[in-house]
Design a protein around this ligand. Sequence first.
Ligand SMILES: [Zn+2]
Length: 120
Amino acid sequence: MEKEDERREREALDRLAEGLGTGSRAAAGLDAVLEALNERRVEILLFEQGLKAPGVVCPNGDWLGSEGSTCPIDGAQLEQRDDIIETAVQLAITQSAEVLPVRYHDNLDGHGSIAAVLRF
Ligand SMILES: [Zn+2]
């Protein structure tokens, strides 16, 4: 079971590296990943296990980001969250994205500890 998890993680990290290398279908860093989630483009969400970061979320559930005061979609007052990663994971799940806390490899170093493989 563990071997299978490790293989899936390796595969996802390889796709991430390839996407970042060619500048397509990949995002790295909190802002880029949250933007991709807002656009519903995330296929696999990767993050360092235990990662926490503050952020803001629209009460209407249509937008999240690392900072801001009003929602760019509907102008609503954004709510502060101590941990936006948890919100991002929930959003990824509702978008049928795979959520993969990185456990076996260190490849998220230099990618802001969070990254995503994108559908398009
Ligand atoms: Zn909104």
